[in-house]
Design a protein around this ligand. Structure first.
Ligand SMILES: Nc1ncnc2c1ncn2[C@@H]1O[C@H](COP(=O)(O)OP(=O)(O)O)[C@@H](O)[C@H]1O
Ligand SMILES: [Mg+2]
Length: 319
């Protein structure tokens, strides 16, 4: 489901596979990131996102398949393929006892020199200019992550790769990082971003690939995914849940009904929930609570990555 997009893809993976013993960390993944895409690689922990990005950066070799950037295969020509790629996998690393500015200067020198003014520019972009002379050791984790983005931007990349850039940040750090990514998106930069938050990808990305145990469970425009995500999971608690669960089970549009401890769990869209609530009242039931703890898109994400609400994952079933 790549759709009709113009020009040569910036990233193209075909049959990309990486195994560790019996485990396929990345399993025959086909994926294309087009110029200007803000591409979300979405999946729960262990899905294979970092492994995919490591192969993209040439840090590990695939067992089979191929990944290329702007038409150049990463193996055997990582330097040429990655000339216009920047970013970081898991977490950026800096010298803690040097300032943010000094760290960037060192990186710039390693990269073959750059305009001194560029360092100030990227520090401005990531909102660290005022803290440029503080040691990295004194930075919050969110500031270090943003310095990682600054280091990537120094190279004026064609493709920016960010591996779970908000992971482990506090709410303010998450907000700042998301705002930064929004600013970068506005510049038209092609971005490949991994995340385990559906909401984050929905907010930022134009296209999404959902990974589940090394494989792609979905790949396409976020708009198409939204269109598929009609039903959200609902939680219902009434004056008599044993009666209510029967009402739910027989109700058109209500799916995956379960009596789960003190509440009933089911999937339904907005219109169905309205009709159902009237039916419950009509059946003489009082409603204590009826709400959707996750959005329709998150519900779909959990279904695609866990195999259905309330259904144990294979690992859980095997345990
Ligand atoms: N170097 C490694 N050796 C063994 N197993 C690994 C290694 N790297 C990753 N894995 C396994 O591969 C799977 C995918 O990991 P990873 O790509 O880090 O997932 P994600 O980034 O989506 O959380 C996990 O089950 C992980 O334990
Ligand atoms: Mg990871």
């Amino acid at each position: 489901m790549t759709g009709a997009r113009e020009g040569e893809p910036v990233v193209s993976a075909q049959g990309l596979t990486k195994t560790y013993g019996a485990l396929s960390a990345v399993d025959h993944v086909d994926l294309e990131v087009g110029a200007g895409d803000v591409y979300g690689l979405l999946g729960p922990n262990g899905a294979g996102k970092t492994t995919f990005m490591r192969m993209l950066f040439g840090l590990i070799r695939p067992d089979s398949g191929e990944i290329s950037v702007s038409g150049v295969p990463v193996q055997p020509e990582p330097r040429r393929a990655l000339a216009e790629v920047a970013g970081f996998v898991e977490a950026p690393r800096f010298y803690p006892y040097l300032s943010g500015r000094k760290n960037l200067e060192l990186l710039g020198r390693l990269d073959g020199g750059l305009r001194p003014q560029r360092i100030n520019e990227v520090l401005e972009v990531v909102d660290l200019f005022d803290r440029r002379d503080s040691r990295v050791r004194e930075y919050s984790y969110g500031m270090v992550q943003r310095l990682g983005v600054a280091a990537a931007l120094m190279r004026d990349p064609r493709l920016l790769v960010l591996d779970e850039p908000t992971n482990g940040l506090d709410p303010a750090g998450i907000r700042d990082m998301r705002n930064l990514i929004h600013r970068l998106v506005d510049t038209g930069l092609t971005i490949l971003l991994s995340s385990h938050h559906m909401v984050e990808v929905d907010e930022i990305c134009t296209r999404v690939a959902i990974m589940r145990r090394g494989r792609l469970a979905y790949d396409g425009p976020i708009t198409e995914l939204r269109a598929q995500a009609g039903r959200a999971t609902r939680h219902l608690d009434t004056t008599d849940n044993h009666v209510a669960v029967e009402v739910c089970r027989g109700f058109a549009g209500v799916e995956h009904v379960q009596l789960d401890g003190p509440q009933i769990v089911f999937d339904a869209d907005e219109a169905t929930v309205e009709r159902l609530s009237r039916e419950l009242v009509h059946a003489g039931l009082g409603i204590h609570r009826l709400h959707a703890p996750t959005s329709a898109l998150e519900t779909l994400f959990f279904r695609l990555t866990e195999g259905g609400t309330g259904t144990p994952t294979d690992e859980e079933a095997a345990a």
